[in-house]
Design a protein around this ligand. Structure first.
Ligand SMILES: Nc1ncnc2c1ncn2[C@@H]1O[C@H](COP(=O)(O)OP(=O)(O)OP(=O)(O)O)[C@@H](O)[C@H]1O
Ligand SMILES: [Mg+2]
Length: 248
């Protein structure tokens, strides 16, 4: 489903190379985790995949369902179903959460040639989901993420994912700063979204998240590439032993 082949990327106007020959294949239906030391380039990878400005691809290619992702602008990637849950979710003052989501959802539907979702249907779906995620209804009326606590922001990321039903999900440390209950909510949300035709890449520092979301594969990003891979138990080994063995 997502195939990353020999990807290199640089920041700072191409001055600083972060990813160097990274290859990774995530088949549909699988959940892969990426771990690795601070500054290894995990967030950079998520930005390159979603097409954020300032992250220049200097080599390699990425395809999603066979289509060249790197040729698409960020909106096209979103319409194709690429979704990034941020390490630090953005605050958008002045834009109510529901307005933001409905606009995003219908823009993606239009781009795919589908009919827009009507307001009553959207509201019904959003309310039911907010209840399921134990979110206060007033959060949906507030401007997106503004003044939300860390845990509330993460819950909002899960809420957006479940509303948008993306094809491929990249989660960048959606677990950081969560209390145990919120961690469960994030994990349950992710597990509900597991499906034979959806792939997920979970970036995390904490093995404990992977107790709830058992990944099919675990990779170490170090030295700009995937330095080692293993099954779910590999995360436990990494937590116990650290990343020294995989240093660049
Ligand atoms: N716009 C930028 N300009 C200069 N350096 C940058 C820029 N963006 C990222 N970097 C650098 O690239 C490296 C990789 O950063 P990145 O955020 O991808 O790491 P990470 O693996 O996500 O780390 P963490 O585990 O701390 O979240 C870091 O050294 C960072 O300082
Ligand atoms: Mg990061």
């Amino acid at each position: 489903m997502l195939k990353i082949n020999n990807l290199s990327a640089a920041v700072d106007d191409g001055q600083k190379t972060i990813l160097e020959g990274l290859s990774l294949d995530i088949p549909a239906g699988e959940v892969h985790a990426i771990m690795g030391p601070n500054g290894a380039g995990k967030s950079t990878l998520s930005y390159v995949l979603t097409g954020r400005d300032g992250y220049d691809v200097t080599g390699g290619d990425v395809t999603l369902d066979g289509d060249n992702l790197l040729d698409m602008d960020p909106e096209e990637r979103a319409a194709k179903g690429m979704f990034l849950s941020f390490q630090y979710p953005l605050e958008i003052p002045g834009v109510p959460t529901m307005t933001f989501l409905k606009t995003a959802l219908n823009a993606q539907r239009r781009a795919r040639g589908e009919e827009e979702m009507a307001a009553p249907e959207f509201l019904k779906k959003a309310r039911a989901l907010a209840k399921e995620l134990k979110m206060k209804p007033e959060m949906l009326k507030r401007p997106l993420n503004v003044g939300f606590s860390g845990g509330e922001k993460k819950r909002m990321e899960i809420f957006q994912m479940m509303m948008l039903e993306p094809r491929f999900i990249v989660m960048d440390e959606t677990d950081s700063g969560l209390d145990v209950d919120a961690l469960r909510i994030v994990a349950d949300g992710v597990n509900k979204l597991r499906s034979p035709d959806r792939g997920m890449l979970i970036i995390t520092h904490y093995q404990r998240l992977l107790d709830y979301i058992v990944p099919d594969r675990v990779h170490v990003l170090s030295g700009g590439k995937i330095a080692a891979s293993g099954d779910a138990d590999f995360a436990k080994k990494l937590e116990a032993e650290g990343y020294d063995a995989y240093a660049a």
